[in-house]
Unconditional design. Structure first.
Length: 532
């Protein structure tokens, strides 16, 4: 038991080690509202204000259906898998590495005061464990499974826990389980009414930072739902069909400081383009808009005979997004002079480029069966003719988007703070570079080396991310097999050789034990669109 010094009437009091003596001394102390309960003596001290100052939940407005908003810890029995010190370390790792890309929980200084239930704490510890060499992921995973099995309440905390766990499952390549959990979490959020504007103000007890956390949780569901829909090659996603009017999130530095002001509406954001003096919105807002544009792309992806004007309209919207970004949110400004990266704007830029590839790559002419699938059984990638008959233009736009993603990937040396969802745009960008590399004239070494260097960069980022997320390792191994076939063949061609047509230059390329359909499935391309 930890010893605590006490002073009574300016005279030293000698505390006995025996429990009975401690009880006698404690009984002589005057009662105080700020007295420390004896049950809390062994807990780590906190430097934050009392919980009543941050979270006056007792004065919160009652819910129309109180059964839907049960608060407090779960009824799960206590366990001793992780000591208190280990718990704090894993939480710190979560906030240091994962929270910047998915900032939905309360800021770290307020985490301990909120009294989050065990099922949410378990997933926070589990995610933090991915960044620790000492933590046992198996034990942490068992803890998450146990807590989730014993908790099935419709609460905001359960929505947040399900959201974070779903992201983790996709990052571990458990896509089926992740999709089921994501669907369940979205349905739970809709039952609670988290998509409604007044939900946060009604249930946060006049605490603005808690309101902001609830709003961010809904929009994080929206972002996650849209990105996974792109991977699953869906034409729409659930949260994009809901009539939601949640106020927009504020900037992260305001949120982390606990000073959340009156947020803007979606109408404010969209009307800003036509205002005489344009305002700068939070990075989270631009990330939400990027996913909305991704949703527009999905509605026409994989469809035959899409009207040319419809394709052009979506392409215009993607380009307009980049042109109207404030300078502080542009690609060149998302990394400051100290090397700190705005992770949410990185995601916004990446999602727009990802959407551009999904829109143009299937309509381009980068791949044909004689070039990239010479010996791949069942991988006849005959491309469908674009209705607008401008395949080359589509290919150029897809290539430029893949180059931009590679530049975004090169912005920092460490990848631990990147969202696990970054894996899939990286992989798709590599596919485009491999496609153009396979078609490229092998006598022009300089251009071919540029494609090779971009692929090496993208593979390097995936390799780094695979240390935390197994999905990155799976995609990496698949891409390596294709890259080896493409660039190994190119190296065998002498720089002084005569110019040969692309089909002839790839005549001897084979992909043993590899089916291109697997690669397209990993990056979210529709095989039917590609003619497979």
């Amino acid at each position: 038991m930890e010893a605590h010094p006490f002073v009574l009437d300016a005279k030293p009091v000698v505390l006995c080690v025996l429990t009975s003596a401690l009880d006698e001394v404690a009984d002589t102390l005057p009662a105080s509202p700020n007295s420390i309960p004896r049950s809390a003596v062994n807990q780590a001290p906190s430097c934050t204000p009392p919980v009543s100052q941050w979270f006056p939940l007792d004065n919160a407005t009652a819910s129309p259906d109180p059964a839907l908003l049960q608060r407090g810890p779960s009824d799960s029995p206590p366990h001793q898998h992780i000591s208190w010190s280990d718990d704090e370390q894993l939480v710190n790792l979560y906030y240091l590495n994962f929270h910047p890309s998915h900032p939905v929980l309360l800021p770290r200084d307020m985490y301990w005061q909120q009294g989050y239930p065990r099922y949410l704490k378990a997933i926070v510890q589990f995610i933090g464990g991915h960044f620790s060499h000492a933590a046992s992921l198996n034990d942490l995973r068992e803890s998450v499974t146990r807590e989730f099995d014993q908790s099935n309440k419709d609460t905001v905390e359960m929505v947040q826990a399900g959201l974070l766990y779903a992201i983790n499952l996709f990052a571990e390549n458990s896509s089926e389980q992740g999709q089921r959990l994501l669907d369940t979490t979205i349905e739970r959020a809709l039952r609670l009414g988290m998509h409604q504007r007044d939900f946060a103000t009604t249930h946060a007890g006049d605490l603005t930072v808690l309101e902001e956390s609830m709003r961010r949780s809904w929009y994080e569901l929206y972002v996650m739902d849209g990105c996974i829909a792109a991977l699953q090659r869906k034409s729409t996603f659930k949260t994009n069909t809901v009539n939601a009017d949640v106020l927009l999130p504020c900037d992260d530095f305001i949120y982390e400081a606990g000073m959340c002001f009156m947020p803007a509406t979606m109408a404010d954001f969209h009307g800003n383009i036509f205002a005489e003096e344009e305002k700068v919105f939070s990075s989270f807002c631009y990330r939400i808009e990027a996913v909305r544009l991704l949703g527009r792309v999905l509605t026409i992806t994989g469809k035959h005979g899409v009207d040319r004007d419809l394709v052009q309209a979506v392409d215009n919207a993607l380009a307009a997004f980049l042109y109207h970004l404030p300078r502080s949110k542009s690609e060149a400004e998302i990394s400051n002079t100290f090397g700190d990266l705005d992770e949410l704007m990185l995601q916004a830029h990446t999602i727009v480029q990802w959407s551009t590839i999904l829109l143009h790559y299937p309509r381009g002419d980068l791949i044909s069966p004689d070039l990239l699938t010479h010996d791949v059984l069942g991988a006849n990638c005959t491309k469908l003719l674009c209705p607008c008959n401008r395949q080359h233009v589509h290919s150029v736009k897809a290539i430029e988007a893949s180059k931009t993603i590679s530049m975004l990937a090169a912005l920092r040396s460490t990848t631990q703070k990147h969202t696990p969802l970054f894996v899939y745009p990286l992989a798709l960008a590599a596919v485009v570079q491999l496609s153009i590399g396979a078609m490229h004239d092998k006598s022009t070494r300089q251009c071919l080396d540029q494609h090779s260097d971009r692929v090496k960069l993208l593979l390097g980022v995936l390799k780094s991310m695979s240390r935390q997320w197994s999905a990155a390792g799976i995609v990496l191994r698949t891409l390596k097999r294709v890259a080896s076939a493409v660039f190994r063949t190119s190296c065998s061609v002498s720089p002084s050789s005569t110019v040969t047509p692309p089909a002839a230059s790839m005549e001897n390329v084979t992909f043993p034990d590899f089916d291109l359909q697997d690669l397209y499935g990993l990056v979210g391309l529709d095989n039917s669109t590609l003619g497979i």
